[in-house]
Design a protein around this ligand. Structure first.
Ligand code: SF4
Length: 325
């Protein structure tokens, strides 16, 4: 993967939501605050963090759905934050597919499965014959066989797992270079989660698509992704190859999240797990210095005063913590 070229490069991105009082801006919610990351061609990158950490806002900004306050998002070298909206809709929407968390909410209930998968191809003027062939192929590739059993059904007639397969088929319809998958299996039963991710991974390899996998779940991120970026309070706090990062977390926040994962060894199920005290900070006025310091068991005096960037370590990992500076 290291020889592959970068497809997506996010540089010092800020997505701040204005808080309006009467006609003035009274402050900002700093949902994404200085994020830099990259996704290589054919790579699966996971953004992992608790709800409210800014990961979905980051995904929406990368999709071109919400504006950046500052910073850049380069896709194949083009800064999409500078593109006019019609160009984002026309050109960029064909390059990037989306799989959302709630398949029922994401699909129009009055459209058949055929129409739902076909719609992006209609928008981008793919000829009818090619569309019909492609819909059948995608149903087969996502395990919805025989296609005749699904083409004319409506979303409410399918299970959550089947519907998420439809969402993946639709996201792949235009053979995009990148798929943004926002918690794609978190609403599914545990028994079908791995099945759907295995199918997704198989298709990602076949189409050589890059994936930005947004999740709160380290267990699926370890299995599904090549690299992980851990997000806390609008910032990346740690990044590295998935297995290394989960087997040997460096940042105290990553360590705490991994500590509360269920232990596969039944003998260790009842050991006391370290859970961070307190709550994530208010993103209107985040704490000075390191944003984790009010909750961090290792906090030192300078953690309360001085903010630091992501530090590049000799083993290729990155961490935002004074313990490694
Ligand atoms: Fe904890 Fe300080 Fe590291 Fe922040 S910088 S994670 S407060 S030790």
């Amino acid at each position: 993967m290291s020889g592959q070229q970068d497809l997506l490069v996010v540089k010092d991105l800020r997505v701040w939501h204005p808080i309006r009082k009467f006609l003035t801006v009274a402050g900002y919610v700093r949902a994404v605050d200085g994020v830099s990351l990259s996704v290589k061609q054919g790579e699966i990158v996971a953004i992992v963090g608790e709800s409210g950490c800014g990961k979905t806002t980051l995904a929406r900004a990368i999709m071109g759905l919400i504006p950046a306050y500052s910073g850049s998002i380069f896709f194949e070298g083009v800064d999409i934050t500078k593109l006019p909206k019609p160009t984002i809709r026309r050109w960029y929407s064909a390059q990037v597919g989306l799989v959302q968390q709630d398949p029922y909410g994401a699909m129009p209930p009055f459209m058949t499965i055929k129409k739902i998968i076909e719609e992006p191809m209609i928008i981008h003027k793919v000829p009818k014959e090619e569309r019909e062939r492609r819909v059948r192929q995608l149903l087969e590739e996502t395990g919805l066989t025989p296609p005749e059993d699904f083409l004319h059904k409506y979303p409410h007639m399918l299970s959550g797992g089947q519907l998420q397969r439809v969402a993946i088929a639709r996201a792949l319809a235009l053979k995009p270079k990148l798929i943004v998958a926002d918690e794609p299996v978190s609403m599914l039963d545990a028994s079908v989660r791995i099945e759907v991710l295995m199918m997704f991974r198989g298709l990602q390899e076949k189409y050589k698509t890059s994936v930005l996998y947004i999740t709160h779940d380290f267990a699926t991120a370890k299995y599904f992704s090549d690299r992980i970026f851990v997000m806390y309070a609008g910032q990346i706090v740690e990044a590295g190859p998935s297995r290394d990062l989960i087997n040997k977390p460096k940042h105290p926040y990553t360590e705490a999240l991994i500590n509360v994962l269920p232990d596969p060894d039944p003998g260790n199920r009842f050991t006391v797990k370290k859970i961070l005290p307190g709550e994530p900070p208010n993103l209107i006025r985040p704490p000075p210095g390191c944003r984790l310091h009010p909750r961090c068991p290792y906090a030192m005096e300078k953690c309360r005063r001085e903010e630091l960037p992501l530090i590049e370590l000799s083993d290729g990992r990155q961490v935002r913590c004074w313990l490694y500076a």
